[in-house]
Design a protein around this ligand. Structure first.
Ligand code: C5P
Length: 488
């Protein structure tokens, strides 16, 4: 029987010992021993370890607790559909890395993909015929498109262009790749890549929402420079991220008994959006409307989600605590904002997400007539502030075309906690509300404190949780989220 430590140690030995592995991962001895103790590696480090071992002919799966020579029965069949974007060339690297991990690759290319790479290069790499035509007599004789669609463990569309996503969402079948997507009965995963404006366009987001609703697994594109020279979301996810998601999707349903003893990283491949802290609404360049939120709960949630393997976008108002840091939180991208409007814009841009947790204390109003110069005391009297309502981020996310599958809000209540929070959940159309009684002092204080006492409210009722640290509440909530995604 092997456990996490035994497997990790065997892998380290295979790679030449602790020092070699520390150098490889760019960490010190204490980090390595921390990983061992915790029974978990940051996703990026795990990917490096797996890739290095794959080069040496070993298959390491730290979630499934497997460490075996490659090609020893882990072989699963990936039908790789390459569509026509500049990222098509990256599909070759992806295919190679998948094969390193023991996957069998059969390639299909669209007409426009062939503008970027040739079927010959893919077929030389995979050692398999690459299919391109829907109506090819030899292909139909050797392998009909229906068999092609079914003779796989997973259909992976990478890169998936905006056009191809639209075709999938609307059920078009006018070429081999789109026909396969309709005909297949195995899991379908998409890894989109496109210009940031095309990605953000409501049409693309609506198509994605449709596909996600139908159970298509999404590997969200990453932020950065895109081939078209624009900066934003649209780069094809890294091969290691796509491969980890495939590993997870194809992992045996029956968890090995050891898995229950090992920490579960049930949010790998998920994107979670977290808001945190207060917002500041300017009155003039030196004054603003704010509240007492410290951001401690929201930041703790972002950290806990990252520890569970999620990719996290943390949209934070002005706080006096550091961004989540350390090897466990490499998956957190923190976006700093000041006003509610900026927080709203950052959240909408961060979509799609699998889950949104709105822990920020967003100001209800903004000052419409805020001054560009410092307001002065005058003899004409006290200035009148004209207020306008801020966008409600939680309600907007709950009703967005690309609504995250699970939307969670917070409610700070001073009276009738359960009733008010349940009404808020229904009004804002979110799935869960984490309610806490504020306005207390001493033990019952919430703002700025390390402890919190909350009630989880969902469509079925409420559940009171004991007073504990904000970090423990975050861990408990994340365990609930993992369960919701993986069991419910
Ligand atoms: O309406 P109220 O402010 O009490 O609702 C609290 C919940 O709504 C919190 O989850 C908070 O993050 C969210 N909220 C929001 N945008 C607003 C106001 C509140 O996301 N403008």
């Amino acid at each position: 029987m092997s456990d996490f430590k035994t497997i990790l140690d065997a892998a380290i030995q295979q790679l030449g010992g602790n020092e070699t592995v520390q150098k490889l991962l760019g960490v010190g001895a204490s980090a390595l021993s921390n990983y061992r103790q915790r029974g978990q590696l940051p996703a990026a480090k795990q990917a490096i370890l797996e890739a290095e071992l794959a080069q040496q002919g070993w298959y390491l799966d730290l979630e499934g607790l497997q460490f075996t020579p490659l090609n020893s029965g882990q072989q699963r069949r990936v039908l790789l559909l390459i569509t026509g974007g500049i990222a098509a060339y990256k599909a070759l690297e992806l295919a190679r890395r998948l094969m390193d991990k023991g996957y069998q690759i059969r390639g299909v290319m669209t007409k426009s993909a062939m503008e970027f790479i040739t079927p010959l290069s893919l077929s030389a790499l995979t050692g398999e015929k690459v299919f391109t035509e829907l109506f090819s007599l030899t292909d139909e004789a050797e392998m009909g498109h229906i068999r092609l669609a079914r003779d796989a463990d997973i259909v992976l569309v990478a890169p998936a262009t905006a056009n191809f996503l639209a075709k999938m969402a609307h059920g078009l079948a006018d070429d081999l790749a789109s026909t396969i997507c309709l005909a297949t009965d195995c899991p379908v995963m998409i890894a989109p890549a496109m210009n940031p404006n095309m990605w953000a366009h409501p049409a693309t987001q609506a198509n994605l929402a449709t596909l996600k609703q139908r159970g298509v697994a999404l590997i969200a594109p990453e932020d950065g420079d895109t081939a078209c020279g624009e900066i934003g979301t649209g780069r094809l996810a890294e091969p290691a991220v796509i491969i980890a998601a495939i590993d997870r999707l194809l992992a045996p349903q029956q968890a090995p008994p050891l898995l229950s003893e090992a920490p579960v990283k049930g949010l790998i491949g998920r994107h979670i959006l977290v808001t945190s802290g207060p917002t500041y609404e300017p009155i003039d360049p030196v004054r603003y409307i704010a509240n007492h939120s410290s951001g401690k709960q929201g930041h703790a949630l972002a950290e806990a989600c990252a520890k569970a393997g999620a990719k996290v976008t943390l949209v934070s108002g002005p706080v006096h605590i550091p961004d989540p840091e350390g090897p466990d939180t490499e998956g957190v991208k923190t976006i700093h904002v000041t006003t509610a409007q900026e927080m709203y814009d950052a959240c909408i841009t961060a979509l799609p997400a699998d889950c949104a947790i709105c822990a920020a204390a967003v100001a209800d109003w903004q000052v419409v007539n805020h001054g560009t110069q410092k307001m002065k005391k005058t003899k004409t009297g006290i200035p009148k502030l004209e207020l306008a309502e801020n966008p409600d981020i939680l309600a907007s996310l709950s009703q967005h075309a690309a609504r995250p599958d699970l939307v969670i809000g917070f409610a700070a209540e001073t009276e009738n906690l359960h009733l008010n929070a349940q009404a808020k959940r229904q009004r804002k159309k979110c799935d869960w509300i984490i309610a806490n009684a504020v306005g207390g002092s001493g033990e019952d204080a919430v703002f700025g404190q390390d402890n919190n006492r909350v009630t989880l409210i969902d469509a079925h009722g409420h559940e009171d949780w004991q007073q504990t640290s904000k970090a423990k509440i975050a861990a408990k909530l994340v365990a609930r989220i993992e369960r919701w995604f993986n069991e419910d």
